[in-house]
Design a protein around this ligand. Structure first.
Ligand SMILES: [Zn+2]
Length: 243
């Protein structure tokens, strides 16, 4: 994993339960921000020891490769048990420490309703950890910090997004980042033809990104929910055509 520079200040931190979650839900957005010289980072809460395929070591090296493709400056993984992501004080503190260390302005969390309990819990955990990280009297060895903005990656949630990010220019790289998880996405049998499986996954990913793109009149997009209302300064600068 990439090392964390001393007194690092990051623009964006994406937190997710499992390695490869971020690649699926907001990888294109992270890459787009990095291409705009924003400093991006990822925190995976678990190390993937419950996965049917691949070892923890394999997943760690795959996550590093995916981070390189997405131009992420720093990627870390906590040791919260895979399949047992729980909203405990200990786990909140572990995440709060990372938030203080990286000092992100924007925090990306999973949407709070999800089929996988780890995803739903990761959302609430991230929220509460961000709050704790901002408590000045809580001594965690680094100055208090609270992200200015929290947004929720909602790709797999059946919910209308507050906004989408155009990732038409980042789609191919995001797909390559997902495919870096060879232990997860490639057929395991020696000599089997890898191509059809990859084509099928690409079709599925493109269908999702295409659907959210269509909502905003672009080719591919990633959806997000924010709890706050949008604030507009200039009516003439509001994007997305109505009719
Ligand atoms: Zn996951």
């Amino acid at each position: 994993m990439t090392a964390v520079p001393e007194a690092a200040v990051f623009d964006v931190l994406a937190i997710a339960a499992h390695r490869d979650d971020v690649e699926q839900t907001c990888g294109g957005t992270l890459l787009k921000m990095a291409e705009r010289r924003r400093r991006t980072s990822i925190l995976d809460l678990t190390q993937g020891e419950m996965g049917t395929r691949g070892t923890v070591e394999q997943r760690a090296s795959e996550a590093g490769e995916a981070a390189r493709i997405l131009k992420v400056s720093c990627r870390q993984a906590l040791d919260i048990p895979d399949g047992r992501v729980e909203n405990t004080y200990d786990n909140r503190i572990k995440i709060a420490r990372v938030i203080r260390q990286l000092r992100p302005r924007v925090l990306i969390l999973p949407y709070w309703k999800a089929r996988h309990p780890d995803h739903a819990t990761a959302s609430v955990l991230g929220d509460e950890a961000a709050f704790l990280a901002g408590l000045a009297k809580l001594d965690l060895g680094a100055p208090a910090h609270r992200p200015f903005k929290i947004i929720y990656a909602s790709l797999y949630a059946d919910v209308r997004p507050s906004f989408v990010v155009d990732i038409s220019g980042q789609f191919d790289a995001r797909f390559a980042a997902l495919m870096a998880y060879r232990s997860q996405y490639q057929d395991q049998q020696q000599g089997s033809n890898l191509f059809p499986r990859e084509t099928e996954i690409r079709e599925r990913i493109a269908a999702m990104a295409g659907f959210y793109g269509l909502l905003a009149g672009v080719r591919y997009a990633e959806p997000f929910v924010q709890k706050e209302v949008g604030l507009v300064d200039d009516l003439l600068a509001i994007p997305v055509q109505s009719i």
